[in-house]
Design a protein around this ligand. Sequence first.
Ligand code: PLP
Length: 389
Amino acid sequence: MVNEGKLSLENQQKLDKLQEELASARDTFLGYPVSKDFDYSELNKFFQYPINNLGDPFEQGTYRVRTHEMEREVIAFFAKLFRANPKDFWGYVTNGGSESNLYGLYIARELFPKAMVYYSESTHYSVRKNIHLLNIPSIVIKSQENGEMDYEDFENTVRMNRHKPVIVLATFGTTMKEAKDDIGKIKSILHNLAIQDHYIHCDAALAGSFGPFMQPRLPFDFMDGADSISISGHKFIGSPIPTGVLMAKRSNRDRIAKGISYIGSFDTTITGSRNGHSPLFLWYALKQLGVEGLQQRYQHSLAIAEYCEAELQKIGVNAWRNPNAITVVLPKTPQSIKDKWQLATEGNISHVICMPNVTKTQIDEFVNDLKNCTEQIIEEEFSYDFSLS
Ligand SMILES: *Cc1c(COP(=O)(O)O)cnc(C)c1O
């Protein structure tokens, strides 16, 4: 046994300190889209197994310390939620939304090697990395003030390149403003321009898990015209390990599948070894919540977001939200508030994301902090600091 020896007192104290720091950091953040209200302790016993989900979850393989069955159930859950054709869906549990986006773009490039990718300037930063990795030519489309794609700019840009197949990387819930690109509008523009070869990937990292419950509905899923959809599992659902889901059409996956004899299976996923614990967490959460539980989580978040927006407006802060959004956008806050609540800032704006664990009490405390804050916002100056701290 390798870990028979005990940790030294010093190292034990280090662990205790780490735990304290993590707990306190977790309890005061409003700026990142991560749920913290999960309890997976019933699954602790599974940490004694070297679970590895290598290979395609829908194929038989030789390594059997795996959770492929749970993974397939997670995929089936989202297939139904995202209204996939029951005879033509496929997917797998990834390391996060970024890998899911990489996979969606990968399928698109394999189907249309000569295509151009279009994405708006509000698209998540990881998408640029992915496009670079895949070496696909791309064009950035303007965003509207609310963060949504500028459809006129999209139409004009595609028109100028209409001899090329089109890959659209649409975002359903942008990182700063939770804006949703309208897949219905994107489809009809492609139709009007008579572009036959097209592929739409929908990056729904945050908002996909509650998109089906929005009233009125906004188009984003398979029935609306998406060819693949990605979500992050550690965001709205919550997980101790970053995780995500990629949903695609089985017919498209079949065109890129290649058999690998070493694992006795098709190698259709991006990495070799794959996390087998995260599908288990997702499975557990989805079985506990069901569709109804997810919907209740969304209703809670939405109510808190409405409350937050209204309370901020009451103290004279110019706060606003996109339709159906759980993200409240506000002008950049002073540094002490930003630090305490771990608020992400971009340009002149900041945001509060009302994840399911956020309570009215926390919003009250935040609004109160902001109201009583006397610190001025210091405009950043250029500085050249090469230290690492
Ligand atoms: C968070 C996010 C991603 C990246 O997802 P990870 O799970 O962090 O890899 C991609 N796109 C959007 C819109 C996101 O909000």
